[in-house]
Design a protein around this ligand. Structure first.
Ligand code: VIB
Length: 217
């Protein structure tokens, strides 16, 4: 069995919880309060910048030039393409330029940058994979189950259920499987753990937006 199939099996219960989260259910039916979406968008702007840097780090650590190019394109995608989506919502929602990252956002982005810089490259690739894969699954789920055609979050939904995004996700899974195929058993286990930790942090990211998470001091 491919590493990715086994990895998804391990996080499937977590994924099931993610699609049931009030944030995603309310995004799906369009009833998500604007302040929660606004909080999410502002935090996601910070997340995307850091995620782009983590992908660039991974790109520079890979050996195969096709893989270097792929992660470099993912990094550009995170920063350029997704920012366009953010900018449209930023004007509409009136979001500030600079945002203090929430505790969860800082935890997640620091985890990713740490894995990208200091772990085995196979583990680093596994750590960034849930960001692609879970969004693809959540995007498809929401797209298939939506009923409200006038959903104010339509732009967001279309981004993650589109064909172009599906191709990027497919490529990220393929490269990670390729890296796993020549990794030792203990590295493969570490890859599962990084994949699972990042998935847990994805859950926490949505939860923190729904709770409008604050710093205690
Ligand atoms: C918390 C959080 N996690 C994942 C994504 C999705 N995402 C961000 S960048 C990227 C790759 C694009 O090249 C993807 C799929 C998000 N927006 N916010």
């Amino acid at each position: 069995m491919k590493w990715s199939q086994q990895a998804w099996e391990r996080i499937n219960p977590l994924y099931k919880k993610i699609i049931q989260m009030p944030f995603n259910q309310e995004l799906l039916n369009g009833s998500l309060p604007k302040d929660k979406f606004k909080f999410y968008m502002a935090q996601d702007a910070y997340y995307l910048g850091e995620f782009g840097k983590a992908l660039s780090t991974i790109s520079g650590r890979l050996s195969d030039l096709n893989q270097v190019l792929a992660y470099s394109n993912f990094a550009a995608g995170a920063i350029v393409v997704e920012r366009a989506l953010h900018e449209s919502y930023f004007v509409e929602l009136g979001l500030p330029e600079e945002v203090l990252p929430s505790p969860t956002c800082l935890l997640y982005t620091n985890f990713l940058r740490n894995q990208a810089a200091f772990e085995n490259i196979e583990v680093a690739a596994a750590a960034v994979l849930p960001c692609f894969w879970i969004y693809k699954e959540v995007g498809d789920f929401i797209y298939e189950h939506q009923s409200n055609k006038l959903n104010p979050y339509k732009n967001w939904i279309d981004t993650y259920s589109g064909e172009e995004f599906a191709e990027a996700v497919h490529k990220a899974i393929e490269i990670t499987d390729h890296l796993a195929a020549s990794a030792s058993e203990s590295t493969r286990e570490q890859m599962y753990q990084a994949f699972e930790m990042a998935s847990r942090l994805e859950w926490m990211f949505w939860d923190s937006a729904y709770r409008l998470e604050k710093w205690p001091v």
